[in-house]
Design a protein around this ligand. Sequence first.
Ligand SMILES: O=P(O)(O)OC[C@H]1O[C@H](O[C@H]2O[C@H](CO)[C@@H](O)[C@H](O)[C@H]2O)[C@H](O)[C@@H](O)[C@@H]1O
Ligand SMILES: O=c1ccn([C@@H]2O[C@H](COP(=O)(O)OP(=O)(O)O)[C@@H](O)[C@H]2O)c(=O)[nH]1
Ligand SMILES: [Mg+2]
Length: 734
Amino acid sequence: MKNKTIIVSNRLPLQISVENNDVKVSPSVGGLATGMKSVHQEGDSLWIGWSGLTEEEVNPKIQSQIDQAAKNEKCLAINLTEKELNDYYYGFSNRTIWPLFHYFMEYTKFDEQEWMGYKKVNEKFAEKILENLEDGDTVWVHDYQLLLVPGIIKKNKPKVTIGFFLHIPFPSYEVFRTLPWRESLLQGMLGADLLGFHTYDYERHFLSSVSRILRYETQFNEITLKNRLVKVDSFPMGIDYEKFEQAALEHYEKTQEQKSELQVRLDQHLETTPGSKMILSIDRLDYTKGIANRIRAFEHFLEKYPEFKEKVRLIMLAVPSRSNVPQYQKLKREIDELVGRINGKFSTVSWTPIWYFFRSMPFDNLIDLYTSCDIALLTPRRDGMNLVAKEYVATRTDLSGVLILSEMAGAAHEMNEALIINPNNYDQIADALKQAYEMPLIEQKSRNRTIQKRLKRYGIKKWSSEFIKALEATKVNHISKKAKQLDERTKTYITEQLNNATNKILFLDFDGTLVNFQDDPEKVAPDQDVYEIIEKLKNKNCDVVIISGRDKEFLNTHFGDKNITLIAEHGLWLKKKNEDWETTENVKKNWMSSIRPVIESFVDRTPGTFMEEKNYSLAWHYRKSDPELGGQRANELSNVLKDLSSNHDLSVLNGNKVIEIKNSGVNKGRAATKQLTKKYDFIFAIGDDWTDEYMFRELPDETFTVKVGLQKTDAEYYVEDTAEVKKLLKKFTE
Ligand SMILES: O=P(O)(O)OC[C@H]1O[C@H](O[C@H]2O[C@H](CO)[C@@H](O)[C@H](O)[C@H]2O)[C@H](O)[C@@H](O)[C@@H]1O
Ligand SMILES: O=c1ccn([C@@H]2O[C@H](COP(=O)(O)OP(=O)(O)O)[C@@H](O)[C@H]2O)c(=O)[nH]1
Ligand SMILES: [Mg+2]
């Protein structure tokens, strides 16, 4: 059977309700459902989501109708109990994550019980997915209601490819950090192999939270976890452009009889008030959509420019949404009151400034509205994307119409040609309305032409195929790297080579290879395993070399009596078996006095960092610092040091959370090569950071080179972590 994609979201594209002990099915409202629906219709996919009903409402007859209705649409419906729905949907999803991620901190509730409910329902969704998952399937999870699902799936089925797309903004770290469950939510999301966001800003906010809260390494758009990489990227969601364009074209072809009642009323209005223009807004009744602002700005417009009275009408469609949440109820009252007040204030016998609909409308009526209104006024205070903006422009097949759009909507990033406003600046909105009203047709056309081209090019199908393509690519992430993961067969092969060789030498890096990192480097020490491995390798006639950036005192403390070769400070010091320490290079130290104060100034300015003074080098460590600041300062310091040292024989090394400056020509590659004093027929080198790359590059071609970790490398193979290193070395000793 062909592999399928399992789409998972809270809401299915169909909305099921019960009337007179029968199910009633209607399409869902909201950008996620309307957008993904087009993707689902064409692809080989199964969509899993909430039925829209509670278990309490369901009896066996209803259940079989639900199952059938869902099946007809390639869907699988999950019922939630009333309690689950309250804790998970009305609670944690829409009273915690939704307001917080939209920067409405004062609306955000932190409630342990709701969090437990959220976890439970995420597990329920994950179970359903696992039940329906077949080998080779891909899972695509959507949105903030299901942030924990990727993590649960990955834990149960590590090999499954999982994508996650967030349809709402990801807030700045300063906001996200206020969540008591921030680690769990991030860990849940990181179960995915690819994480998608609408805009680059949301993406970078997410990366910053990951690096600050979980302290994972993030490079460009890749997060390095212990045993795998997670890709992060932005994919601005598009619409089914052709569907809207086609619907608009058909709309214009309609005879009087074919027209909807709404359209007839709209036509009548335009006929009776020639020269007047209609302003449209469509959104779910949500405080993020800035509906109250919009009405107030409209009021300000009528006051500032009274000449437009009786010449404009605001047609406002607000779709009921999440009405069990108190803030939505409050908003409803506020809007009712505002509309009443403004209509009361400005209405004349022949004119009502605001036409307000509080309900959802069928697709055809939406097209009536889009095509009949000269101006669209969309003023969200925050909005992940806002598909209505895109739909409006797509239906303007004659290129007329002006879109006024809030800069706080994700869509504003792609719609520069719209009149972009700040939703809190009523004066600016009033001016934009005037500009829109007066905009020459030629200008409207030119703006819309550009937007339409873009919307057409990056429609919903392109969006989803780009996402799936990027998701597929994560499968070959490891393979496309130059280094190959060291599998059992290769381990056995290398061990055989070692066993068959006469002269064998092993270069072992210390930190990050034989031992794990700790915040305080002085606390790191080899464990019994490491010592045993070394003893056994010696017994097998191997020359063991510990090759490290550490100073000789440190290596002496831990390995001084082990009768092996030690190389300290990247090669500056050498201790041959049973001999004393010697310097290998004739190096100067006079540069240190001028570089020391520079590094000290970085220590002063960057909390959590410190300087290590070695005999012939200086190192600035930033592992404990704020990761973002540390990273920035590291770049800065490395540039400063490169400038300062250009006329001296010095080089600057970027290690694992350390910048080190030392004499050029002193590096692990040169130091290791110098140890090849006889004809070795087995050479092995293993290490984890930049400084080890010198070994990988400079040792002879026949060397078995192994990188620890997933970073880019010139080594031939890689292993994931220090535990793997030990397993490998133990195998050598068997
Ligand atoms: O399912 P509901 O609770 O009734 O809410 C409807 C949907 O609202 C949100 O939509 C978002 O997705 C759009 C498409 O990506 C985007 O344009 C918009 O800015 C978002 O707010 C929500 O994210 C969905 O999960 C809801 O189903
Ligand atoms: O009565 C309505 C009003 C709106 N919509 C659709 O709901 C979606 C709203 O998506 P948007 O991204 O603008 O906002 P969201 O509601 O997802 O936050 C759009 O596709 C609209 O066409 C609908 O199906 N019926
Ligand atoms: Mg190391």
